[in-house]
Design a protein. Sequence first.
Length: 277
Amino acid sequence: MEKVSIIVPVFNAQNRLEACINSLLNQTYNNTEIIIVDDGSADSSPNIIDKLYKQNPNLIKTCKQNNSGVAAARNKGLALATGDYVMFVDSDDNLDNCCIEKVLSCAIKHNSDITRFKFTYLYADGTEKIEKSSFPDNLFIEKKDFKKYIYNKIITGMEMNSTMRTLFKKQVVNNVSFNEHMVTGEDLVFIIDTLSNARNFLYLPYPLYYYYQSNQGLTGSGIDVFTKYKYNIILSFIILQHLKMWGMYSPFNILKTVLRLLFITFSKLKRRLLKSV
């Protein structure tokens, strides 16, 4: 029976942390380990973590570190993971109770190295909205088709910008880590590196990850727009370097990569303006 390691980085997440961990404890699939990494929280998060660990010592692993950022926290979790598969969950988000069981069964059926699925936006007022994805439902592709279905979407910024709602086979992340020098965009770099190790990819149309819309937490929007723009420039250079590896180095794809920078920046500004209304 395959084991799934669920890695949860935590920083000042007292308001939603317990609900997050309970959603992991209440999974219908029972061969999991929950790895909680406290990134130097200054609120009551450490007390919540300690309580949950004492209640579930066989299911939860915990560790603490000085505040070093979400990338360092996830790397610490990866180092502790003993599962056959790995999933990352942010400390203010939730999983549907059947998430692991449903996604893992599909991953095993297809023997997929990376399995991605939809998320549901969960707003503070209780309303929900299912993500719109550009991937075809139940898409299963081998590596030779990554160029058409995945790399093109990375170039334009349409998909693969986060590690959430993704189940990784452990072997594709064994020699991969998050860039701890990046304060934003580290997810995409991690995804690009894991795709290099992956033989195939599966996309499922199930909205089983609840993505809470908030300005708090480790991966929240507390980063100013200029900093995001700066790191998106770095991301654009990283993508340009990979175009040659992917056999996609052409004037048109170079242009799309540059336009990606403008698209991502505009999208972030738009979301921020909508939140302020």
